[in-house]
Every structure is written in C-alpha cells, then in structure tokens.
Design a binder for this molecule. Structure first.
Ligand code: ADP
Length: 195
C-alpha cells in the first residue's frame, strides 16, 4: 500500500511511557489515523468476538497476541480508505521483529518515521502501578516489561538501521513531551524539503 499524502508514523515505547496519550494528540495535530492495536483488541474483548475471547486471557497474563493474528488485523486496517487518504500513526504495533517485517511488506514506503518515546523501566513501573488498569497487575506489568526488552527493544536498532528512528525523551510534562515529538516529526519535513 501507499498513502497519497499523509504521514506514516510508528510510535514505540515501554508500556506506561505515555505513548497512547501522545499518539492521540499527534494524530490530531498531523491529521493521521491513530491505529492502536491495544484499543482494537480491547474493543474485540468488549464485543466478545472470537478474537476478543482469544485475546482476553493472553492480555490479562501480559503476554503477546500471536504475530499472525496481529499482522492480519493491522494489514486489514492499513488498507482502509481513511488510512490510505490521511496516513497513519501506529501505536502498539509492531512489537516483534516478525511484525516489523510484516509491516514493511504491506507499508514499506509509507513509513516515514518510528519514534521511540523513551522512559526508563523504574519510571514506567511507577506510572503503571499508579494508573491501576484492569490488566496492570504487578505480575502482568513485570511480564510485559520483560517481553518489551526481549521482543520490542530490538526494533529500535532495526528502524535505526533503516534510517527511520528518532528517540524522544518521555520524561517531563505531557506538553513538553508533545513538543519534543512534534519537533522530531517536523525535522523530518525539513529533511524532505532539503532533498
Ligand atoms: P500496553 O502498551 O500497556 O501494553 P496496549 O494497549 O498497547 O498496552 O496493549 C495491551 C495488550 O494488548 C498487550 O499487553 C498485548 O497483550 C496486546 N497487544 C497489543 N498490541 C499487540 C501486538 N502488536 N502484538 C501482540 N500483542 C499485542
């Protein structure tokens, strides 16, 4: 696929880094479609669809939903007209190298930038304990963070090798962090203008 005009963005970051909140603001600012795989899965759980029934126990344990399921969900979503017209901001995907490779298959040229919203482990742990979401039990938090180090962190080097990574410090007020994220995206525009 390719997008006509819109940006293709990916936001990466540990659970509790604030990426969901920032992703909503960024999607609004840049007019792209926010695609949150966590939200899509939670909607499936709420509906009680076959996917939701399967995803629920996996999510409650803090495990990852299998790659084949996630890749299919995201590939379908990326084909829809709103995304093709306006571009996208992926939040929660890719989370594994297999997902990153699948993403490049469907959206290779359309990905302009992956941003790592960087917040250290001790700080995200504090934030997650404080927010008290249903799937934020201490065991699930620890499990998700260790899976992040194992499965998702390697994606940073992967995007960097492809010249597509920006790292943004996620410590500070929501507004300050938003400003840094916008600066990272706008430096991309500046680079494109020079080219
Ligand atoms: P968090 O960032 O706190 O993990 P998300 O809303 O992004 O929250 O995801 C919630 C849960 O949904 C994850 O813990 C995982 O079980 C599942 N999930 C979301 N995205 C993916 C993905 N790309 N691959 C596998 N599982 C996923």
């Amino acid at each position: 696929m390719s997008t006509d005009g819109g940006l293709g963005l990916v936001i990466l970051g540990r659970q509790g880094s604030g990426k969901g909140t920032q992703a909503l603001r960024l999607a609004e600012r840049y007019g792209v479609v926010h695609i949150s795989t966590g939200d899509m899965l939670r909607a499936a759980v709420a509906e009680g669809s076959p996917l939701g029934l399967r995803a629920r126990t996996i999510m409650d344990a803090g495990d990852l939903v299998p790659d084949d399921i996630m890749c299919e969900i995201v590939a379908d979503r990326l084909e829809r007209d709103d995304v093709v017209t306006h571009g996208f901001l992926l939040d929660g995907f890719p989370r594994t190298l297999a997902q990153a490779e699948a993403l490049v298959e469907v959206a290779g040229d359309a990905i302009d930038l992956a941003i790592n919203l960087d917040v250290p482990v001790d700080e995200v742990t504090r934030r997650m304990v404080a927010r008290g979401r249903a799937d934020d039990t201490p065991d699930a938090i620890a499990r998700r963070l260790s899976l992040y180090e194992e499965q998702t962190e390697p994606l940073l080097a992967w995007f960097d090798d492809r010249g597509r990574l920006a790292v943004v410090d996620g410590i500070g007020s929501e507004t300050d962090v938003f400003g840094r994220l916008c600066a990272a995206i706008e430096s991309l525009h500046a680079a494109a203008d020079e080219a």
